[in-house]
Design a protein around this ligand. Structure first.
Ligand code: DGL
Length: 271
């Protein structure tokens, strides 16, 4: 059986890249819901419905385990899928999100400073990160800043230049205004933001750690599989990867090179 990686579009490729580097032996199917991306400002209902359809597709294609490699979908759909869908419809399969391991990484920071995250409106408004952190690290102050213009800019190829510099500086100023200057770490809690890392690093002071989710999720998945041999044993190991998109394959193949670092040949799925 395979490991499925689901995202609203291209962004999850930044997570997949780290997972594949850490666990190259397994077989992967990546599904990007490009026809309905972005999820960032959509309702709970829509994100739940879209995510369920995509995850069902990955299960039908032989995935034992699906990683929701999208913060917005993890924030708004994972809990309902885990609690209401899985026990009834897929009792022998598993779904994991990326919020919990990311919150665990933030929870390691000392309470004497605050931590911050940048994410989509949907992730921020869901309050998923504050709820996880309240359980993991009570008393740790979290600043959440929605950065709605970064996803469209990255998808338009605006990784460089004065436009992106302007918005990154503005978002950082607004982050500081929300929490003073005691910030110890900034989590990039949106799949697209790691592509802006050199630019973000240039704006955010060196005494603030910048956390990338691929670096967090890949070891967390390796640890999960080590703790669940009954799941790990069912996974095939030929090192294959397949890329599915709900939209035109040409667009996926072109942009996925930006996110993954090499060309891919994708297949269109009807969902
Ligand atoms: N993948 C989404 C996330 O990590 C960003 C793109 C979108 O809004 O669909 O939140």
């Amino acid at each position: 059986m395979h490991i499925g990686i689901f995202d609203s579009g291209f962004g999850g490729l930044t997570i997949f890249k780290s997972i594949r580097a850490r666990l190259p032996q397994y077989d992967y199917i990546y599904l990007g819901d490009n026809a309905r991306t972005p999820y960032g400002s959509r309702s709970f209902d829509a994100i739940f419905r879209f995510s369920k359809e995509c995850i069902d597709e990955l299960f039908q294609r032989g995935c034992k385990l699906v990683i929701i490699a999208c913060n917005t979908a993890s924030a708004k759909a994972l809990r309902t899928i885990q609690q209401k869908v899985m026990p009834l419809e897929h009792p022998d399969r598993h779904v994991l999100g990326i919020i919990r391991p990311s919150a665990e990484a933030l929870a390691d920071y000392p309470r004497s400073r605050s931590v911050a995250l940048w994410a989509t409106e949907g992730t921020v408004k869901s309050m998923s990160f504050p709820m996880e952190l309240a359980k993991l690290a009570p008393g740790l102050a979290l600043i959440q800043k929605a950065c709605p213009l970064l996803v469209p800019m990255v998808e338009a190829g605006e990784l460089d230049g004065p436009g992106i510099d302007y918005y990154l500086a503005k978002y950082w100023r607004e982050t500081l205004a929300m929490g003073g200057d005691g910030i110890g770490a900034l989590l990039l809690a949106c799949t697209h933001y790691p592509l802006l890392l050199p630019k973000i690093r240039a704006i955010v002071p060196a005494n603030v750690d910048i956390l990338i989710q691929g670096d967090i999720v890949a070891p967390s998945l390796a640890d999960y599989l080590a703790r669940h041999p009954e799941i790990e044993r069912t996974l095939t190991r030929t090192g294959s990867q397949r890329f599915l998109t709900t939209d035109q394959t040409e667009g996926f193949d072109r942009l996925s090179e930006v996110f993954l670092g090499h060309p891919v040949i994708s297949e269109k799925v009807a969902i």
